[in-house]
Design a protein around this ligand. Structure first.
Ligand SMILES: [Fe+2]
Length: 424
């Protein structure tokens, strides 16, 4: 199996440099790098049916672009008519030698590069109980891209022994979410010992829980694409669909439950680095359920870097301690530095700007992944880079009578000056 893996032609990180969030350009990139995922000796074999019909890349790109622009999104899936309500009690099934329940997180990971393989392998070595991808399969989450990152026998996504989940990002939605819902989700979800298979993830949102914590994972991807052209004038707000709000209220009972809340979404709540790239609507929708005085620990990706925020609330949004972990597989570019005063305004605490390599004279930072360890009311979170170096370790507790969470320890383990503490 290892032989197959090393033989596989990988996409190069340069393919992902300067990747805009433009739908059209990402479709073009899918076409223009398609040779990179063709198996050796089969260079002339088309990977997608559509390429059988068009000879030049321009026409294949145009075909996908056209299809994407005017087709319907995949049907939004819910738990409504199912016995499965998407809420699962966390279980220890792995033999990782720890008593805590272990959960591996990676975001913006699915690039099918040597780096994403390495991150996948590092997660696999830890044999976590659960693994969660926080979204974005590049370039546009089409069938072949989902297959090569998640489904093929030699793909490097590791499925946790108790379960594995994937959130929906904007890039899967550039192909209208079709392959995400149709091909990826049926291979994810809770692992059934009896049936010896993953039961399938039934929707793009779910909740993992114990008696003290709830990991509430939500979909901001479905509403991340707008009307062609118009979306450049009026940026989609990436709000939760009403089915998700109903589920949070009626099934999760987020408003009444007093366990500590760990939130996961693809899109960031806030940033200190990119202008007008905050998604506040999701935090406002949550505020209507849990109010504005109940802080949560919130993991997100989308922005390709590692950064940590102290407690922050937008004008009408919830209070959150933000953790941006979008450093899973895309090149970590530093073209956006901290915006003037935004470190103070957003309560930025720490961010990783260590230089890992250079591509075409562009400095590239470190990819990485996150490990969560849950033991009753105690939560430990460890942030690792691609060299498996522990960068930050933090410890949290939750009080299930008050709903309060508390940061007991925040330890910057790496002494590298590229781990920058914000001047607040
Ligand atoms: Fe994204």
């Amino acid at each position: 199996m290892d032989d197959i893996k090393t033989e596989k032609i990988k996409r190069e990180r340069g393919d992902y440099l300067d990747l805009t969030r433009s739908e059209a350009q990402n479709h073009y990139r899918t076409e223009s790098t398609k040779e990179a995922v063709k198996p050796p000796g089969k260079e002339n074999v088309a990977l997608n049916k559509v390429t059988d019909f068009f000879e030049s890349k321009f026409f294949t790109w145009f075909y996908h672009y056209f299809k994407s622009r005017f087709g319907l999104r995949h049907k939004f899936q819910t738990y409504k008519t199912l016995r499965d309500n998407g809420i699962y009690k966390m279980k220890k099934t792995s033999h990782d030698g720890r008593k805590e329940i272990s959960i591996a997180l990676a975001s913006d990971w699915a690039t099918d590069t040597k780096e994403s393989d390495k991150i996948g392998d590092l997660i696999a070595e830890r044999e976590p109980d659960y693994s969660i991808h926080l979204g974005d399969t590049y370039f546009v989450g089409m069938k072949e891209e989902v297959k090569i990152n998640f489904l093929d026998e030699n793909s490097s996504w590791y499925r946790g022994s108790s379960g594995s989940f994937a959130l929906l990002g904007n890039h899967e939605m550039y192909s209208r979410g079709i392959s995400y819902f149709r091909d990826l989700l049926p291979t994810m979800g809770i692992y059934s010992r009896e049936r010896k298979k993953y039961e399938g993830q039934k929707a793009s949102y779910f909740c993992l829980e114990n008696d003290h914590w709830r990991i509430v994972s939500l979909d901001t991807g479905y509403n991340s694409v707008g009307i062609p052209l118009i979306e450049y004038l009026f940026k989609p707000k990436c709000e939760y669909r009403k089915e998700i709000i109903e589920w949070l209220r009626d099934e999760v009972k987020l408003d009444k439950d007093k366990r500590g809340i760990i939130l996961m979404t693809h899109h960031q709540y806030i940033t200190a680095f990119e202008k007008e790239d905050e998604y506040l609507k999701q935090a406002e929708q949550l505020a209507e359920l849990i109010g504005r005085d109940r802080p949560v620990l919130w993991f997100w990706g989308h922005e390709h870097r590692l950064s940590f925020f102290g407690k922050y609330a937008s004008d009408n949004g919830i209070q959150a301690y933000g953790r941006c972990i979008g450093n899973g597989g895309m090149p970590v570019e530093f073209k956006h530095r901290v915006l003037p005063d935004m470190d103070k305004k957003r309560n930025l605490m720490l961010y990783d700007e260590r230089v890992y390599t250079k591509i075409k004279d562009t400095e590239i930072g470190f990819n990485g992944y996150t490990m969560m360890y849950v033991n009753e009311n105690l939560l430990t979170v460890e942030y690792y880079d691609i060299n498996n170096e522990l960068l930050v370790k933090e410890i949290w507790t939750a009080d299930n009578r008050s709903g309060k969470i508390e940061n007991k320890e925040f330890n910057i383990v790496s002494k590298d000056p590229g781990m920058k503490t914000a001047k607040n």
